[in-house]
Design a protein around this ligand. Structure first.
Ligand SMILES: *Cc1c(COP(=O)(O)O)cnc(C)c1O
Length: 321
């Protein structure tokens, strides 16, 4: 079973009152430099600062009423936690978020800001995820994973629907890639409109689990390292059920980008557009700036997936320190 275009259309109708239809903005200077027409899809403007509010809202709205009382739990490498906390707050659910010790302090603050309970567990995402599974069993909480769940994939896919709605034909869509919920969802939406749209996943060189898995033809594990694109950390899971297959079958390519170009892309978006985008949200532009994708065509969309970067880190990136 895979998520279908109809699941994504249903998700779009379901979450419409609760999420932004984000703008697609044209980037004139970068378009000239890259010899194409470049648009940014500004999911960074979304409530809690990333597209994750789409999947979280879609998943919560599909819990049975009696299950809602039990509350929700998740593990997060950053943005899924605050998004689930915010969606829970809107519908009066209790929300617990397990974070690893690697997650930056600003992201734990974003959970608490939305009335979520933070539970720090483990040295990496995988350890935090194991703890979330254990607590869900022990306390009977609804486990809402960050990506490997059909309601999360369908919610993320609404980003793709909006791109098609606003632009019609696109040649290439560049999508930040970690667990692959966003990439799978966008690929399903885009390919349903036209199989000729190229959909490409972009990860950082440091710990690109889905990219490695795609090359291997099956889910494999990689080590987690510090990266400017911290929201892209973590493995896809050896028991992956929903995202690997879709990415493997539908996505045209996956590429990785070095840290220096992620910083350059963040800086360019700030200089040209006055927008703050976090490392994970800048990898699509980084792939273009470092020539990691060829033949993108004349209409290119880069999904700027989030804005949650620590202010000191952002300052160092912009000032090249
Ligand atoms: C979660 C996240 C991603 C990656 O999404 P996946 O569905 O895990 O691939 C990309 N960018 C940002 C800002 C995120 O929070």
């Amino acid at each position: 079973m895979q998520v279908t275009i109809n699941d994504i259309k249903s998700a779009a109708a379901r979450i419409k009152p609760y999420v932004l239809h984000t703008p697609l903005v044209y980037m004139p200077a970068l378009s000239r430099r890259l010899d194409t027409n470049l648009y940014l899809k500004l999911e960074s403007l979304q409530e809690t600062g990333s597209f994750k509010i789409r999947g979280a809202t879609n998943a919560i709205l599909q819990l049975d009423d009696d299950r809602k009382q039990c509350g929700v739990i998740t593990a997060s490498s950053g943005n899924h936690g605050p998004a689930l906390a915010r969606a829970s707050q809107k519908f009066d659910l209790e929300c617990t978020v397990c974070l690893s010790e690697m997650v930056p302090a600003n992201k734990a603050d974003n959970v608490r800001l939305n009335d979520g309970m933070v539970h720090v567990a483990g040295r990496d995402y995988d350890a935090a995820a194991a703890e979330a599974r254990r607590l869900a069993m022990e306390k009977g909480l609804n486990l809402i994973p960050a990506f490997d769940h059909p309601h999360i994939v369908a919610g993320a896919g609404t980003v793709g629907l909006e791109i098609i709605e606003d632009m019609g034909n696109v040649d290439t869509i560049l999508v930040p890639l970690s667990g692959g919920g966003l990439l799978a969802g966008i690929a399903i939406a885009a390919k349903a409109f036209s199989p000729r749209i190229r959909v490409i996943g972009v990860s950082m060189e440091r710990g690109a689990s889905m990219h490695e898995s795609r090359l291997a033809g099956q889910p494999v594990e990689v080590g987690e390292e510090e990266s400017l694109a911290d929201a892209l950390g973590g493995n896809i899971g050896l028991d992956n059920r929903w995202t690997f297959e879709t990415v493997y079958e539908l996505v045209d390519d996956t590429v990785v980008v070095p840290e220096t170009t992620i910083a350059e892309a963040m800086r360019q978006i700030f200089l040209h557009q006055g927008l703050v985008v976090e490392g994970a949200g800048a990898v699509g532009l980084a792939a273009l700036l470092s020539n990691r994708v060829s033949q993108v065509g004349s209409r290119v969309v880069v999904v700027a997936s989030g804005r949650n970067v620590d202010i000191n880190r952002f300052r160092r990136v912009v000032l090249k320190r």
